[in-house]
Design a protein around this ligand. Structure first.
Ligand code: MG
Length: 453
């Protein structure tokens, strides 16, 4: 297959109005529209450049003959929900967790799943090597607006949990939307669940004045302090486009995404008497342990939430996710869904009627070390095949080459993956102690050093 020239793991992400100009966005949208030839939903996050880009992609889509339905400013999963149920395609204007100056275009298929590689390559070929379809004056598309999706998305989320159980607990919740798209959904969802809600950064603002859009621990210090001050049951944070949920326990501890993943996985498997769980090769062994205990079967894909979503659809899977707090509930949205994650977590809290920290403490414990090392792009393939060859011929470790090289040892694993966007290798290791994880990650880095020039 041809190498992709524009698309990354999910769409195109660039600096707004520098690389990602109206002309660029319009032509790319026209290329996508030439292939879709139907009604395309558009929507986006709260960035300053989002209205400009929405107008540009609207023009491109209309010129290719597609009708456009503008859904407004709303979370990525709400747009994916709408496309799956009502439209032939969708373009989401967002740079997710990236800093304010960035923006991006995520393209989805008729199921609301990020477009597959062959379609992205076809769009790129049209963009670079030929011309998008430009219809005659009487075939130009029409623009519609649909402002009902936010309410519908919240209502549909509520249908999928035990609302009465959650309401009766009157949970004390602090939610930090980082001034992103979740500002339009998260506080209202929590209110509908009769929570005692305190909001932080829930005014939409493309300058992200309260915190950076990425929900990592250093950016969530205000949330952590507020949870402690108020004695809240849980703190919740979303990224810029509200597809990921990160939690703070009642003691103010930052809860890693794979813990939330394992906790919800356990609940889903218990409720459904087992099922298929899909994740990526970079996810914790904890997901496998929980699956084994509660009748689940784990399938691992290459890294990328759209690959997890597609596998869930193809295998009729129960639930999936990534280690970064992006959880996928395939009966609702084929993509990471922050609102559904919140609803499910609160349902678990309400039904278990125990502190969140206690529920997390019961999950399997593993330690991870994440390192990276520079390596020119043109050497990456050779380095990986030489490492795989060495492992195969000199050890009995199991090897998984779904994405990069994953080496499974008795006491943990190491994965060596080339970055798709930077001249680096990422090397993650996981083991049952931090010392071992560090040692194994350094061993992986050593293997890369040995074979790069
Ligand atoms: Mg996101």
């Amino acid at each position: 297959m041809a190498k992709k020239r524009l698309f990354g793991t999910f769409g195109v992400r660039r600096t707004a109005n520098d690389v990602l100009t109206p002309e660029f966005a319009s032509r790319l949208a026209a290329s996508y529209g030439s292939i879709v030839q139907g009604t395309v939903a558009i929507g986006g996050d709260t960035r300053t450049s989002t209205p400009m880009l929405k107008h540009a992609i609207t023009a491109g889509l209309l010129s290719s003959g597609c009708d456009v339905v503008d859904l407004g400013i709303l979370p990525t999963p709400a747009i994916q929900y709408a496309v799956r149920n009502y439209y032939e395609g969708g373009i989401i204007v967002t740079a997710s967790h990236n800093p304010p100056k960035f923006n991006g275009l995520k393209f989805v298929d008729e199921f609301g799943i990020g477009t597959p590689d062959d379609m992205e390559i076809a769009v790129e070929e049209m963009y670079f090597d030929s011309e998008p379809k430009r219809v005659s004056w009487d075939k130009i598309g029409k623009v519609y607006h649909n402002e009902t999706i936010i309410d519908e998305y919240i209502k549909e989320t509520l249908k999928r949990v035990d609302v009465e159980a959650i309401r009766s607990r009157r949970l004390k919740v602090v939610v930090d939307c980082g001034s992103g798209a979740g500002s339009y959904t998260a506080p209202y969802l929590l209110k509908a669940l009769s929570c005692e809600v305190t909001t932080l950064n829930c005014q939409a603002d493309g300058f992200f004045p309260g915190r950076d859009p990425e929900p990592i621990e250093p950016n969530l210090q205000d949330l952590i302090a507020t949870v402690k001050d108020l004695g809240a049951d849980i703190g919740l944070a979303h990224d810029g486009d509200a597809d990921r949920t990160i939690c703070i326990d009642e003691k103010g501890n930052f809860v890693l995404g794979d813990k939330t993943f394992a906790l919800v996985e356990k609940q889903m498997l218990k409720e459904n008497n087992g099922g298929i769980i899909v994740t990526t090769v970079a996810t914790s062994q904890a997901i496998y342990d929980v699956a084994e205990e509660f009748g689940g079967e784990v399938i691992a894909t290459a890294v990328g939430d759209l690959l997890v979503a597609r596998k869930l659809k193809d295998t009729d899977g129960l639930f999936g996710g990534e280690e970064n707090g992006g959880l996928i509930f395939p009966d609702f949205v084929y993509g990471r869904d922050a609102a559904m994650t919140v609803a499910k977590l609160l349902e678990i809290l309400a039904k278990e009627d125990r502190p969140f920290s206690e529920l997390v403490a019961e999950l399997p414990v593993y330690y991870q070390e994440k390192l990276k090392i520079e390596c020119p792009d043109d050497e990456k393939e050779e380095v990986m095949s030489k490492i795989a060859e060495e492992i195969k011929t000199t050890t009995d470790f199991e090897l998984d080459t779904t994405d990069g090289v994953k080496i499974l040892k008795d006491d943990g694993w190491v994965i060596i993956r080339p970055s798709g966007t930077e001249p680096i290798f990422r090397c993650f290791a996981e083991s049952d102690s931090m010392d071992k994880a560090v040692e194994m990650a350094n061993w992986g880095i050593g293997l890369i050093k040995k074979y790069k020039k």
